[in-house]
Design a binder for this molecule. Structure first.
Ligand code: GUN
Length: 304
């Protein structure tokens, strides 16, 4: 029987690292400053953005919030980004995704100064990661690496399977695991026999957006399982399949008619895995904690 993998200690470590760097920057007269840009009214994005701003405040990182109308076009957003690029007091720029469909997302990302790109999505930072050069790298995969390192299980030579190939998580995750000397496989929608491949993994990182996709039959006994998926289940048939009837999670589903669920069938995987991160209450906090690290790294890059 495996264990719930708490991400709390790693989150606290990352925040403590960021805080230490804030203090050192302040001593040099630099106040790290993150500009957060939100376009439109997406409720989930609003929650994410307010959590990011709140965490900045708790560490003494200045944040400014730039809220734009839902009908903002690419050119107007480009001018906001240009202005923030040109403002020497701003060290980090975060444009919350997804953007409304009329906005050309890749043009926006490419317009951000790579040294202010605290999300690590700019093609220059993607290239730096792939070349093994220093840079700003995506927060969720960086948080996962910190968690794996803190676990004390060692990464070098391990077979890591990443499920999902998004630009935000899957691809950078695979690159970072490779940098840690893992043997890396990526499972995606066209992979043949995904469960057979996954069963060879020492480390599984699921980031695909399919609730409960990974169950015990996908795992080698003792695997370390990181669940990056955040899905909302509203279908009671699906809830019944994935959630034990006596659990707190099922109680919450019955009360609210919806529940957050990861890409991992948590209750099934606990039987076979060594450690499984929960959803919610798992990797999410590491994404924000690493964003804080990236903000101070960006401030350092601009104040060598
Ligand atoms: N939307 C979902 N995840 C992210 C993220 O890590 N950064 C930004 N900017 N938007 C997101």
């Amino acid at each position: 029987m495996g264990k719930r993998w708490s991400c709390k200690a790693t989150g606290e470590n990352l925040l403590a690292q960021a805080k230490e760097k804030v203090t050192a920057l302040n001593e040099r007269g630099v106040e790290p400053h993150l500009a957060v840009v939100l376009v439109g009214e997406d409720p989930a994005s609003k929650v994410y953005v307010s959590n990011k701003i709140r965490t900045c405040e708790s560490l003494g990182i200045k944040s400014t919030f730039h809220k734009l109308e839902a009908d903002t076009d690419t050119d107007s957003l480009l001018s906001v980004v240009d202005e923030l690029n040109g403002d020497n007091a701003v060290h980090g720029i975060l444009v919350q995704l997804p953007l409304p469909k009329q906005v050309d997302e890749s043009r926006i990302i490419a317009a951000i100064n790579p040294d202010k790109d605290v999300d690590g999505f700019h093609p220059v930072n993607v290239g730096r990661l792939s070349l093994g050069e220093p840079g700003l790298f995506p927060c969720t995969p960086m948080g996962v690496i910190a968690l794996l390192r803190d676990s004390g299980h060692g990464l070098s030579g391990k077979h890591a399977v990443v499920i999902g190939r998004s630009n935000i998580v899957g691809k950078p995750m695979a690159q970072l695991l490779l940098k840690e000397n893992c043997t890396v496989s990526i499972i995606h929608s066209r992979t043949q026999n995904p469960a057979d491949l996954c069963r060879q993994a020492d480390i599984v990182v699921a980031a695909v957006g399919r609730p409960g996709l990974v169950d015990a039959a996908w795992l080698k006994p003792g695997a370390l399982v990181v669940d990056v998926g955040i899905n909302e289940i509203t279908d009671s048939e699906q809830a019944r399949k994935l959630i034990p009837s006596e659990s707190k999670k099922m109680k919450s589903f019955r009360e609210k008619g919806r529940v957050l669920y990861g890409d991992v069938n948590y209750f099934s995987c606990l039987e076979t895995a060594e450690l499984v991160t929960p959803v919610p209450g798992g990797i999410g906090r590491l994404t924000i904690a690493h964003l804080m690290v990236n903000c101070v790294v960006a401030a350092e890059l601009q104040n060598p």
